[in-house]
Design a protein around this ligand. Structure first.
Ligand SMILES: CC(C)(COP(=O)(O)OP(=O)(O)OC[C@H]1O[C@@H](n2cnc3c(N)ncnc32)[C@H](O)[C@@H]1OP(=O)(O)O)[C@@H](O)C(=O)NCCC(=O)NCCS
Length: 160
């Protein structure tokens, strides 16, 4: 099913649409300004998933510095979840990190976010710790997840 969607790099012009998707997906969404700042960073990879008709259906923002990558955000549009969009975007973000020279990927996820944790575990992430009261609105602990990106590692995700 994921082959219904294609990926393209995000540009500053996409920031308002990204912010709208953030708003619909997170209790503590990034603002247009925060998104513009992130996309302006050369170390950041922002990718948008689009339907065949050009509708934005998800996006991922990741960053690679030296041999470490970080997934900053992965989002599939509400109403279009469990169709492979998040997996497609996450696989692409990890591939981008590998290409940029990362050996390890990191991310934080809300302790209550079962859907995202399932997505990340399926891609090979394992819990390595937690960060107390990491999130605001509402306050919640984060789990810290790590994924080995070296060549023997496999995401295990099958695009649908
Ligand atoms: C997390 C999120 C990005 C997943 O996107 P998605 O497009 O629904 O994910 P996929 O369809 O690619 O799912 C891939 C796999 O992840 C797991 N998964 C995803 N959502 C799940 C859920 N709600 N419950 C259990 N497992 C889930 C499953 O293993 C799934 O494979 P399957 O459908 O064959 O069982 C999406 O739920 C989302 O946008 N949530 C809000 C934003 C968010 O929390 N982002 C992550 C924090 S940065």
């Amino acid at each position: 099913m994921a082959d219904r969607y294609r990926l393209r790099p995000a540009s500053p012009a996409d920031a308002p649409a990204l912010a709208a998707l953030e708003e619909a997906s997170f209790p503590d969404p990034w603002s247009v300004e925060q998104l513009l700042t992130a996309l302006d960073d050369d170390a950041v990879r922002g990718m948008i998933a689009e339907s065949a008709s050009g509708e934005m259906v998800g996006y991922a923002i990741s960053r690679t510095v030296a041999d470490e990558g970080e997934v900053l955000s992965v989002t599939a549009a509400p109403g279009l979840r469990r169709r492979g969009i998040g997996g497609l975007l996450l696989d692409d973000a990890l591939a981008g990190m590998r290409a940029a020279g990362a050996a390890t990927a990191w991310l934080e996820v809300r302790e209550s976010n079962q859907a995202a944790q399932a997505l990340y575990h399926r891609a090979g992430f394992v819990v390595t710790g937690s960060r107390r009261r990491y999130y605001r609105h509402p306050v919640e602990d984060a789990l810290l997840l790590r994924c080995d990106l070296r060549p023997t590692a496999s995401s295990g995700h099958e695009a649908r």
